[in-house]
Design a protein around this ligand. Structure first.
Ligand SMILES: *Cc1c(COP(=O)(O)O)cnc(C)c1O
Length: 361
């Protein structure tokens, strides 16, 4: 077998090696079924156990009380950009959005396509989205406040969530869900495409609070209503079976191997600190995001020239480290260090960065 690389991809992204090995080991005969997980019926006891386990683990890791429902949808986080306003923003009311980058901009656009009344109450666009806005005043009657907890492309993250004084908070947590503990109670809805921090592409985790379901209009298409998925436990139609199966293994790894969300968060801080320290201590690299807005998941940085950046990405690849090229819309370099990226991988990158800076600085 070819050696596996240290994978710094932004998404789809690295998965824990023990999870990949477990998938491989039980792939041809899933739990004595004589079939792989991609072949069993989603109405079978085998899959019942899988989805039940996934939901139980999500609830336990995030410490969700009985007000919250956990469902798995398809269509990616991008589908949620339209489903959120469609379901939760009644006609005649408005919603507040904070624009912190590409994904937030898309969420705003999808709400406006539906002629929904959207207030962009804060934006970091003039700062090239390199920071998280501060001291935001929300509209007192907003139906909800929408934020993007981690901005995957520019590498910024909300260090803590804003106080919306009782207005339900809605967050796109695609690139930092399960990376740190937080109080779920202010949230009306949380969504996350699985392929950054939870598992493979194909499933979107949606956590929705009971009181939000009362807003869902009766006349929406069945597949676009949150109530459909909550009432049928994600099984109105065929769910993304394989993705849910892997998510459940990733969460088992998080709980049993890593030791839970607090431990995961400490490890994530340690990885990010190592990397930001390696950037800050030289004059060769420069961090892209403002320091107080830095993401612990996507570390964005520049080198003195674009030519050196290309060289860096190529040499890193030659040394077994992949996925370091910045998003095509911004350039530069980006190391995505989600939950599954090991401390060992980050240390290898830091060593490589030191060597590269010495040679070319
Ligand atoms: C990747 C990403 C998305 C898009 O997710 P899809 O599942 O591809 O639709 C949305 N929001 C954030 C924050 C992301 O990182």
């Amino acid at each position: 077998m070819k050696d596996r690389i240290h994978n710094f991809n932004a998404g789809p992204a690295a998965l824990p090696l023990p999870v990949l090995e477990e998938i491989q080991a039980e792939f041809l005969d899933f739990k004595g079924s004589g079939m792989s997980i991609t072949e069993v019926s989603h109405r079978s006891k085998w899959f019942d156990d899988v989805i039940e386990n996934a939901v139980v683990r999500v609830r336990r890791v995030l410490d969700l009380d009985e007000r919250f429902h956990v469902v798995f949808l398809q269509g990616g986080a991008s589908m949620q950009f339209c489903m959120v306003p469609m379901n939760l923003l009644p006609d005649g009311q408005s919603a507040d959005y904070v624009n912190t980058g590409t994904w937030a901009t898309k969420a705003i656009k999808e709400a406006r396509i539906q002629a929904k009344d959207v207030n962009v109450v804060a934006s970091s666009e003039e700062q090239n989205f390199l920071c998280i806005p501060k001291d935001i005043s929300f509209s007192p009657h907003a139906a909800y406040v929408h934020i993007t907890s981690n901005n995957t492309i520019k590498g910024t993250q909300w260090a803590s969530f804003p106080d919306t004084t009782g207005i339900p908070l809605i967050s796109d947590m695609s690139s930092d869900i399960m990376s740190r503990p937080f109080d779920p109670s202010p949230f009306g809805l949380i969504y996350a495409g699985a392929q950054k921090n939870l598992g493979p592409a194909g499933a979107t985790l949606v956590i929705i609070r009971q009181d939000m379901l009362e807003r869902v209009p009766q006349d929406l298409p069945t597949m676009l209503k949150y109530t459909t998925f909550v009432e049928k436990n994600s099984m109105f139609n065929t769910p993304p079976c394989f993705a849910v199966y892997v998510i459940q293994l990733v969460l088992k790894w998080l709980e049993e191997t890593v030791g839970g969300l607090e431990k995961m968060a400490a490890l994530n801080r340690q990885k990010a600190n190592l990397l930001y320290h390696a950037i800050d201590k030289t004059g060769f690299y420069s961090g892209a995001a403002e320091k107080d807005s830095r993401s612990l998941m996507n570390v964005t940085f520049r080198l003195p020239s674009e030519e050196l950046e290309r060289h860096f990405v190529q040499q890193a690849m030659d040394n077994g480290m992949g996925g370091l090229k910045g998003h095509r819309s911004v350039g530069g370099c980006r190391a995505s260090i989600y939950n599954s990226t090991s401390l060992e991988a980050v240390k290898a990158l830091v060593d490589f960065m030191e060597e590269f800076a010495q040679k070319h600085g």
